[in-house]
Design a protein around this ligand. Structure first.
Ligand SMILES: *[C@@H]1O[C@H](CO)[C@@H](O)[C@H](O)[C@H]1NC(C)=O
Ligand SMILES: *[C@@H]1O[C@H](CO)[C@@H](O)[C@H](O)[C@H]1NC(C)=O
Ligand SMILES: *[C@@H]1O[C@H](CO)[C@@H](O)[C@H](O)[C@H]1NC(C)=O
Ligand SMILES: *[C@@H]1O[C@H](CO)[C@@H](O)[C@H](O)[C@H]1NC(C)=O
Ligand SMILES: *[C@@H]1O[C@H](CO)[C@@H](O)[C@H](O)[C@H]1NC(C)=O
Ligand SMILES: *[C@@H]1O[C@H](CO)[C@@H](O)[C@H](O)[C@H]1NC(C)=O
Ligand SMILES: *[C@@H]1O[C@H](CO)[C@@H](O)[C@H](O)[C@H]1NC(C)=O
Ligand SMILES: *[C@@H]1O[C@H](CO)[C@@H](O)[C@H](O)[C@H]1NC(C)=O
Ligand SMILES: *[C@@H]1O[C@H](CO)[C@@H](O)[C@H](O)[C@H]1NC(C)=O
Ligand SMILES: *[C@@H]1O[C@H](CO)[C@@H](O)[C@H](O)[C@H]1NC(C)=O
Ligand SMILES: *[C@@H]1O[C@H](CO)[C@@H](O)[C@H](O)[C@H]1NC(C)=O
Ligand SMILES: *[C@@H]1O[C@H](CO)[C@@H](O)[C@H](O)[C@H]1NC(C)=O
Length: 848
């Protein structure tokens, strides 16, 4: 079956095999047909579409740009729910079900009314088909499962002197903006979400109307002016019988850790000390430390999540009036169907876009192969994961003067003393043998060892796949070391673990983990060759090997960064189940996602290494997406009238192409030895580039698209019009401006099939002062590009059309990349990536 996953790495490994039960048997004697959850969409428009029309008129430009109702499409203003209309819609759904399934058994899980008009229902396939034959029903889709795929990142992104400075400092950065998190919930007791952090008044924004559930795990008083909304959605999971209330908490409380982590990356308070395993790692801050947090829990530790619950969560977030939605989750597998964009989650997010909500989604951890993208639609902002410049490196110096590098957030041993190394396998007590405990080398049980051998020495243990699976833990080995008074721990990599990327793991005793199997061999060879044995009995008489551990608590900021991580999902974006490529650039950009410190739930069980800690270091595109959610809040605060596509444009056109050494951003291209398998990142690795927070708050020009443009785009997809009708109730024939995907006004140009030559238009709007721009470009290999005009002056609030001509000069089918740069005389620089995927049918006998 399929699943919804949280997009960070550890969960991916642990989730395998736990996801089961998409279909469940309803045993009622008469009908033993298999039932399943279906998401039924009705043709009648959802309520947000009516409100949208009203709100458009309330829209004003606050920063002096002349108000032009056709310029940006931002219908947000007052988003209070019309509760009477929501119960009316639910009544219509109930009555439809009663009429169609008269006298039959079924279970309605949700009525959706705000973003999509429809419901989730547990029925048999026969009942589903009865429903789909109804005139008022637009679409019936099988529910699918989804998965969840920072102390330093604010500095690395230049926030203190850049974006926060522009926003009035961290004390106000993000104020008035609400970010909604569709995730595993939140730990409301964490200081990152406290609201008594400063004296400055801190009201709940008036456009927000969400509530906080009150349960035993989430008592009254859990919410405050920072954490202003919290609910949970689990009907689909409960119906399947896989909800485990002792692990999953039937409340917004985060029993996993992931949701607490992502919320604090985007909007955690400023200056919260990060103390883990007794060590202090500096202070943490979210990207928008004064933004408000509203939590919609729809993902769970023990099974992931389901689209029916996620859609309910998104629908509620939009009704409540969130400004930004952060989704660190992706479908478990590409939704089936003619076009990837038509699935209930993306369709709900299209309506959210219409309501003015900016949506950020993790790209997925399915890289590095091409077309591994797990976030698809152009109205969603898709974020890949990059490294940042901080590394915690650790090393061990052996008595033969060989230095081996490793990881481990641990202190070192005394600098000038070399300590004796003792392998766990050579320190067993009389009752233990490797035959009766084959994992004894993992140091999980101190009663297996003879303390006389270990006390005061460095204990060598083995790190195997069992640690990845959570069957053995570093924490337990640390316990063993403490019980036996070892001076420290040295883990070598079991030869069966190949290329596994270890995050730095905290240890409360001196220690190191050697991730490289080759280096592990060097250690063991030195250790074994230094043993002294009795010639006749072969018993060890002396442990001759010695070493000292340098420790890994000090961060080193000289790492070359950013770099696209090997696991970050890559374009091109798939358009349909026939594996055609979409003319849309994905990911949109990359942001810090590797080794990110952020808040952790006190009862979070997702990571054994950080269990019981207040903070955790996690990696994945899950961690990259909330960085952008926080920055989007800063943009929204500065430009309240920006539409979602204007925010996306500001982030994209200003993204950086260079790393901290001035070289091109590199992309890792292999799971094993990723730093040896890297090359300069292309737009399919990093989208427009690495986010530049400072520049994104002063983009100069904006590429804007409206809901109608996205509808024209959907209608322009070959054969899509019946699907568009089914999902949106809109007839494509009424969209006389159907466009090809390439012509959507995105801040990038992607051509999946360049058929000899083609002209593409883009249109920019100036949101800054009058400025004159020069246009420069570099052509993709084998393509001649011309842009007109090559220079233009544009007054504040004006638009300018750019014509871009592509002409194939070679017969080739390789992917090639170029760029257009817009260079303003007031300092604005915009960067527009060009990706030409296939160039075919170049005909030498014709004049292109
Ligand atoms: C239930 O299923 C079994 C086999 O799957 C079938 O033989 C039986 O006829 C079914 N009973 C009903 C009432 O549909
Ligand atoms: C709520 O919706 C109903 C019907 O959709 C409408 O009659 C009513 O005027 C609305 N109320 C408000 C306050 O907008
Ligand atoms: C659209 O809906 C109709 C009626 O529910 C259904 O028969 C048809 O297969 C759907 N078409 C597509 C392309 O989903
Ligand atoms: C639910 O979770 C608890 C605690 O983790 C576990 O002991 C129990 O076996 C689980 N129940 C089911 C039905 O999986
Ligand atoms: C290691 O280096 C130190 C100083 O550099 C030297 O005194 C010592 O003899 C060397 N030991 C070995 C085994 O090479
Ligand atoms: C283990 O065996 C050795 C030799 O057989 C003996 O000297 C020692 O006392 C034993 N230790 C324990 C803890 O039983
Ligand atoms: C080796 O072990 C034997 C038997 O225990 C003992 O007699 C002998 O003295 C030992 N040799 C050394 C060099 O310790
Ligand atoms: C980010 O943008 C700012 C302002 O445009 C610029 O000064 C800075 O050099 C950019 N940083 C990077 C890494 O490109
Ligand atoms: C279709 O084109 C006509 C004439 O150009 C225009 O009046 C109408 O508004 C357009 N409809 C849409 C949905 O764009
Ligand atoms: C879409 O592209 C095709 C082939 O390039 C072209 O024939 C057609 O006119 C385009 N449609 C629009 C609406 O631009
Ligand atoms: C900007 O350009 C417009 C139109 O060209 C002009 O009317 C206006 O005076 C200019 N503003 C400034 C500050 O130069
Ligand atoms: C190239 O173009 C010519 C003239 O248009 C045509 O006769 C010929 O078949 C074309 N060749 C190919 C390979 O398409």
């Amino acid at each position: 079956m399929e699943g919804i996953y949280l997009e960070h790495l550890v969960v991916m490994v642990l989730s395998l095999g736990l996801l089961s039960g998409a279909l469940c048997q309803v045993d009622d004697g008469s009908d033993n047909e298999t039932t399943a959850v279906y998401i039924v969409t009705l043709k009648q428009a959802p309520t947000s579409h009516y409100y949208g029309e009203l709100r458009k008129n309330a829209n004003v430009f606050k920063h002096g740009v002349p108000r032009n109702p056709n310029q940006f499409h931002n219908p947000r203003g007052n988003s209070r729910t019309n509760r009477s209309s929501s119960s009316n819609v639910a009544r219509v759904h109930d009555s439809l079900l009663r009429r169609v399934l008269r006298g039959e058994k079924y279970l309605k899980l949700y009525s959706y009314h705000y973003l999509i008009n429809g419901f989730a229902v547990l029925v048999t396939p026969e009942q589903a088909s009865k429903l789909s034959r109804r005139r008022e029903v637009a679409n019936v889709a099988l529910d699918f499962s989804v998965r969840t795929a920072t102390t330093h990142t604010p500095q690395f992104l230049g926030l203190p002197h850049g974006a926060w400075f522009q926003a009035g400092g961290y004390e106000t950065a993000g104020e008035g903006i609400v970010i909604g998190f569709i995730d595993t919930g939140i730990d409301p007791t964490h200081p990152s979400f406290s609201d008594d952090i400063s004296m400055h008044s801190y009201p709940v924004p008036s456009h927000f109307s969400g509530i906080c559930e009150v349960t035993r795990d989430f008592p009254s008083g859990s919410c405050n002016r920072k954490l202003i909304g919290a609910r949970h959605f689990a009907a689909s999971a409960i119906t399947r019988g896989i909800f485990n209330s002792s692990q999953d908490y039937a409340s917004p409380f985060d029993g996993d850790g992931h949701g607490t982590h992502t919320a604090s990356i985007a909007a955690g308070n400023h200056g919260i000390p990060v103390i883990v395993a007794g060590h202090c790692f500096g202070n943490a801050s979210g990207m928008a430390p004064r933004a408000h947090v509203s939590v919609y829990k729809a993902l769970y530790k023990s099974f992931g999540g389901f689209a029916a619950d996620v859609v309910a969560a998104i629908d509620q977030a939009a009704q409540d009036g969130v400004d930004v939605v952060s989704l660190s989750i992706t479908p478990n597998r590409r939704p089936p169907g003619i076009a990837t964009f038509f699935n209930p989650i993306d369709m709900a997010l299209l309506s959210a876009m219409k309501a003015g909500i900016f949506t950020v989604q993790a790209a997925g951890n399915t890289g590095p192969s091409p077309k591994s993208m797990s976030s698809f639609s152009p109205w969603i902002f898709t974020v890949g994961a990059a490294s940042h410049d901080r590394v915690y490196s650790n090393s061990i110096i052996l008595g033969n003067n060989v230095t081996i590098h490793g990881v481990g957030l641990a202190s070192g041993t005394h600098e000038d003393t070399l300590l004796t190394l003792v392998s766990a396998l050579h320190a067993l007590n009389n009752e233990t043998t490797v035959t009766n405990d084959m994992y004894v080398g993992e140091c999980q049980d101190s009663s297996s060892f003879n303390q006389d051998f270990i006390e005061g020495n460095l204990l060598i243990c083995s790190y195997s796949i069992r640690f990845v699976l959570g069957l053995s833990t570093i924490e337990q080995a640390v316990e063993t070391a403490k019980n036996l008074s070892a001076a420290g721990l040295v883990f070598y990599m079991d030869p069966f673990v190949i290329g596994y990327q270890l995050n730095p793991i905290p240890m409360s005793v001196p220690g190191i983990i050697i991730p490289s199997p080759d280096d592990s061999k060097v250690l063991l060879q030195y250790y074994n060759s230094s043993l002294e044995r009795n010639e006749t009995t072969k018993q060890i008489t002396k442990f001759g090997a010695v070493a000292s551990i340098l420790g890994g608590l000090e961060a080193n900021y000289s790492n070359s960064a950013p770099k696209v991580m090997y696991y970050s999902a890559r374009g091109p974006d798939p358009e349909d189940s026939f594996l055609n490529d979409a003319d849309i650039l994905k990911p949109n950009l990359v942001a810090p996602g590797n080794s990110i410190w952020a808040a952790w739930s006190s009862l979070g069980t997702d990571s054994v290494e950080f269990q019981g800690e207040n903070f955790a270091m996690m990696s994945g595109t899950s961690m990259a997406a909330p960085h952008i959610a926080g920055l989007a809040a800063l943009i929204k605060q500065k430009f309240p009238s920006f539409s979602p596509s204007a925010i996306a444009s500001a982030l994209s056109t200003t993204a950086s192409l260079y790393d901290n050494n001035g070289g091109p951003i590199m992309a890792q291209r292999a799971y094993a030895n990723p730093d040896l398998n890297q090359s300069p990142a292309t737009p399919f690795d990093m989208g427009s580039g690495f986010v530049n927070a400072t520049a994104a708050l002063d983009p100069g020009l904006i590429f804007d698209s409206s809901y109608d443009d996205y509808m024209s785009f959907l209608c322009g997809i070959n054969g899509s019009s019946p699907v568009v009708l089914n999902y949106t109730g809109q007839n494509c024939l009424s969209y006389n401006s159907t466009i090809n995907s390439t012509d959507l006004n995105l801040p990038s140009i992607t051509i999946a099939k360049l058929n000899q030559s083609r002209t593409v238009q883009r249109s920019v709007t100036n949101i800054a002062g009058n400025e004159t721009y020069k246009v420069g470009w570099s052509s993709p290999y084998g393509v001649s590009v011309k842009v007109a005009p090559t220079c233009f002056s544009i007054a504040r609030g004006e638009r300018q059309v750019l014509n871009v001509f592509f002409d194939a000069t070679m017969n080739s089918s390789i992917t090639s990349y170029g760029r257009i740069g817009l260079f303003g005389d007031q300092g604005h620089v915009l960067n527009i990536p060009l990706s030409v995927i296939i160039k075919v049918t170049y005909n030498t006998t014709t004049n292109g």
